[in-house]
Design a protein. Structure first.
Length: 308
């Protein structure tokens, strides 16, 4: 499923949504690897934004405990141990191939019932670059593919925290530039739009809770166009005003609305044409709340200074 923010767009602009790869730009790119290892089965998956996928499942072929005693029991245990090692290595090989290729892999969580997951980690057959990304080893009631969802449920908070920490860092970087008066930041809708048009914006930082829409108006007679920025509750009023208005350029009454779209989308279109990064920031952190309330929900860090 696309994230909520895209769903919201769909409700509001039923005619012309997603004209540009908005979804791709605005969905979270961060990926977390999910590995569930049990004695009998294992599964590998990942979560990216709201999408969870199980990529591979494995069975070990190891059966229940042998009941004989003495010599034969010890020999049996050794064989089992070796079979387990081969199982861990088989899983690791696949994971190494899959996860080392994965862009934006932020972290890995490992879960499962019993001691197999710890043994799997201790076996060290997982590539060291992936081992460095292990963010937690968690005890679960389920193994295999079923365990993937259970694992995600258990680590959701940690993933959210990473998201919040990143959001905080993005805003802190902006605040630092601002307080040092480096001239490498911009805020306020008009200022940011100007900088975007000049191709000066490195990162466009927008509050997820930005409640603004852009109404594009065009005169069919002379081609004159302009736009208005309004809050959601003001859209209807503004649209009927525009329908009644005459073109300020030629006086014709064929002055009408071309399209109404969320400002995030309008800015996103501008940004994508300039190779600008977009960061959507929630209001869950103090910094995110400051972005929304103090800075009107839109700020930018710059590639170069702009002057007017
Ligand atoms: Zn006109």
């Amino acid at each position: 499923h696309p994230p909520d923010v895209v769903k919201t767009f769909r409700y509001h602009c039923d005619s012309e949504f997603l004209l540009w790869p908005l979804e791709e730009m605005l969905t979270t790119k961060e990926t977390y690897g999910l590995i569930v290892v049990g004695r009998k089965e294992a599964a590998v998956g990942y979560v990216r934004g709201n999408k969870i996928e199980v990529i591979r499942e494995f069975t070990s072929g190891i059966h229940g405990k042998h009941r004989a005693g003495g010599q034969s029991q010890r020999r049996y245990e050794r064989l089992i141990e070796e079979a387990e090692k081969r199982f861990y290595r088989r899983i690791s090989e696949v994971i190494n191939d899959l996860f080392l290729e994965m862009e934006d892999l932020k972290g890995i969580f490992i879960g499962g019932p019993g001691p197999s997951k710890e043994k799997f980690v201790d076996d060290e057959s997982l590539d060291y670059r992936l081992r460095e990304k292990i963010m937690g080893v968690i005890d679960l009631g389920y193994g295999g593919a079923e365990g993937i969802r259970a694992l995600l449920e258990r680590v959701q908070d940690k993933i959210e925290n990473v998201k919040y920490i990143q959001e905080k860092q993005i805003m802190q970087k902006f605040m630092k530039e601002l307080s040092n008066e480096t001239g490498m930041v911009q805020y306020g809708l008009e200022e940011v739009q100007n900088a975007l048009n000049l191709g000066a914006v490195d990162t466009l930082i927008i509050s997820e809770d930005l409640d603004l829409y852009e109404i594009n108006i065009k005169c069919e007679n002379c081609g004159h166009n302009e736009s208005r920025i309004v809050k959601e509750v003001e859209i209807e009023d503004m649209e009927s005003k525009i329908q009644e208005a005459m073109c300020p350029e030629c006086g014709s009454n064929s002055f009408g609305i071309e399209k109404t779209l969320p400002l995030i989308e309008a800015l996103g279109e501008l940004a994508s044409n300039r190779g600008t990064e977009i960061e959507l920031i929630s209001s869950e952190t103090e910094e995110g709340e400051m972005l929304r309330s103090t800075f009107g929900g839109i700020v930018a860090t710059l590639r170069f200074k702009v002057s007017y």
